[in-house]
Structures are given as structure tokens and as C-alpha cells.
Design a protein around this ligand. Structure first.
Ligand code: ZN
Length: 343
């Protein structure tokens, strides 16, 4: 099993000490992968800046121009209340989106069975026209467009299990039936979007599947959501490629949200996606890093994804289970299944 892992120390150029989305996140993951002997077992490559044409296939020109101007500023700019851009951030965001495309390319060309893009800044809140929620360029959206344009992939599924709704990814593909966007997220929580009834528009109607969850959903609840909604929806769509927008901020110890997944629970979700990809799309799956702000969770979580891809039976969970039992989501699951015709 060849696992392609794209990451780059240059992602550390985008940094603001004290901000939750800081360079130490990826540094912690890299250290864990080395300490666990996992980096050496992957095919590791660096990022390359993405072609600007691809960025323009996802974002409007005025927004790309706004991002580019931050390169010439003398100091850090705030693009919204919590999204910073240093003079190095634009080139770093181009590298992050480029890394996601290299990961996709590696899988679709058969250089690797599966791939991981460990990138910063994250992407899933970046809409067509604006930066939001620590995100500048929507990496997973760029990767999807790359797969369509370069590899003629017709159907792509994006599974976003960051604890926040990926409003940017939803926005970009809202009218597009070629990309199925599925999101599990805490509701209410930032950014406030992602209701069950946001289902896509025009030709894209039915191709956005939101699963807003109350706080306190843990391993059992998430597993039920995956088994009863996410996996059946994937199977019905029959994607040729699955992109996973992965955030470890649904872990019980994460400081930014109130979900109660454990690392073991996360590991199970990852395994199910990999099994699904093997069953439905020749194993073609790429995991792209989004959020996650507890460094120990983040670093062990990504190490576990590498292990799952390599087929290791073990996983690492030094923090253990959530202190509270998982909230029952049976009724919500049935409501989502009914709304999306999964019965
Ligand atoms: Zn998040």
C-alpha cells in the first residue's frame, strides 16, 4: 500500500503566534509522524504553488486580487474578524492548494493508492468571494476542480467532518451536480450555515447534504451518522474520487467546539471512508487537513489516518474516551435520511 503524503515546512510561513490557527499545529503533526516512524513509511513530497487558473476556477477575480495585494502590505492584514494574512500568506495558500492537487494527481495517476495533504492555511470556509474562518483559498475545492479538469473525473464526493460547517465548499459547488458535498457539523456553531434544508440549488439540488448535529455527539452518534447517512449517500452517488475535509475539532478535548468524538471514534470514521473508497471508487481517496486546535489530538489523529491508510491494525489514543456518553441522534438520522430520500 503506497501512501502519498504531501506537506511542506513552508506552510509555517503563514503564522500568527497566539492565534488558534498557527504554525505549531503542523509542526506538532510532523513531529508525531517522525516519532511514530510513520513518515518514513510514506512517499513524502513537498508542495508546489497551484496554477492561478485553477484558483480562478474556484474564486472570483476580485477576491484573488485582494489576496494577492496582502503580499505587498507591510504588516499582517485582517481579512475578516478572525482571518489573518501576513505578507507571506498568499504564496503559502497557493502552496497549500497546490499540495492538495498533487495529492489528487498522485492517486489518479496511480503513483499512490491513497494520499494525504497536510496543509495550512485551511480552506473549507473560504467562499467564492471571501476569506473566512482562518481560510484563504479553498484547497479541497481547488483539488476537486483539478481532478475534473486534468483527469476528466466526472463525479467527486467531498466528505467534510470538521466540526464546523464548510460553508465555502458548499457555496462553491451549490449549483453543481458533479460534486456531492456532505458535511457533519455542530449546530449552532460558527459559521451558522449548514441547515438540513440547504440542499443545493438548480442542477445542484440534492447534491449538498448537511447533517447539523447538537453538541455532545460522540463516537456512537458519529458512527451511526456515517453508517446510516454518509456512507449510503456516497454509495448512491457513486463517486470516482472521494475528498475528505478533515478537522479534529470534533474531539472532546478541542477548545473551539463541544462535540465528544475520541481519537478511537475518529479512527473508525476514517477506516469506514477508506473501506467505502475501496468498494466504490478503486480506493481513490485523499484526506485534506482543515481544523483541529488541540495539538495532541491533532498530531495523534493524523498519525492514525496514516496508519489506517497503511493498513495497520493499531491506533493511538492517549486521551481516551469522552467524559460524557454520546448523545442519541437516532431521530435526527432518520430525519436526514427521509429528507434526502435515503430510505
Ligand atoms: Zn473547524
Amino acid at each position: 500500500m503506497t501512501v502519498l503524503l504531501i506537506t511542506d515546512e513552508r506552510f509555517d510561513q503563514h503564522d500568527m503566534p497566539g492565534h488558534p490557527e498557527h504554525a505549531g499545529r503542523l509542526q506538532a503533526i510532523r513531529q508525531q509522524l517522525v516519532a511514530d516512524g510513520l513518515l518514513a513509511r510514506t512517499l513524502t513530497e513537498k508542495g508546489q504553488p497551484v496554477n492561478l487558473d485553477l484558483v480562478h476556477s474556484v474564486h472570483v477575480p476580485e477576491y484573488v486580487a485582494q489576496l494577492e495585494r496582502t503580499r505587498h502590505a507591510n504588516s499582517t492584514q485582517w481579512l475578516d474578524a478572525d482571518t489573518y494574512a501576513t505578507p507571506r500568506s498568499f504564496e503559502t495558500a497557493l502552496l497549500a492548494a497546490g499540495a492538495a492537487t498533487i495529492a489528487v494527481d498522485g492517486v489518479l495517476r496511480g503513483r499512490a493508492d491513497q494520499a494525504i495533504a497536510l496543509v495550512r492555511p485551511p480552506g473549507h470556509h473560504a467562499t467564492r468571494a471571501r476569506a473566512m474562518g482562518f481560510c484563504l483559498i479553498n484547497n479541497v475545492a481547488v483539488a476537486a476542480r483539478f481532478a475534473q479538469q486534468t483527469h476528466r473525473v466526472e463525479r467527486i464526493a467531498i466528505v467534510d467532518y470538521d466540526v464546523h460547517h464548510g460553508n465555502g465548499t458548499q457555496d462553491i459547488f451549490y449549483e453543481d451536480p458533479s460534486v456531492l458535498y456532505i458535511s457533519t457539523h455542530q449546530s449552532p456553531l460558527y459559521p451558522g450555515t449548514g441547515s438540513l434544508y440547504e440542499m443545493g440549488r438548480a442542477a445542484g439540488e440534492g447534491y449538498t447534504l448537511n447533517i447539523p448535529l447538537p453538541p455532545g455527539v460522540g463516537d456512537e452518534g458519529y458512527e451511526q451518522v456515517f453508517e446510516r447517512v454518509v456512507l449510503p449517500a456516497l454509495q448512491r452517488f457513486a463517486p470516482e474520487l472521494i475528498l475528505a475535509s478533515v478537522g479534529f475539532d470534533a474531539h472532546w478535548a478541542d477548545p473551539l467546539a463541544n462535540m465528544t468524538l475520541s481519537l478511537q471514534g475518529y479512527h473508525r470514521l476514517c477506516q469506514r471512508l477508506i473501506e467505502g473508497a475501496r468498494a466504490w471508487c478503486k480506493g481513490h481517496i485523499v484526506f485534506v487537513m482543515e481544523g483541529g486546535y488541540h495539538l495532541e489530538v491533532l498530531s495523534h489523529g493524523w498519525a492514525n489516518i496514516v496508519r489506517a491508510m497503511l493498513g495497520d491494525a493499531v491506533f493511538s489514543d492517549p486521551l481516551g474516551s469522552a467524559p460524557t456518553p454520546s448523545r442519541d441522534v437516532s431521530r435526527l438520522v432518520e430525519q436526514v435520511r427521509h429528507t434526502h430520500g435515503l430510505l
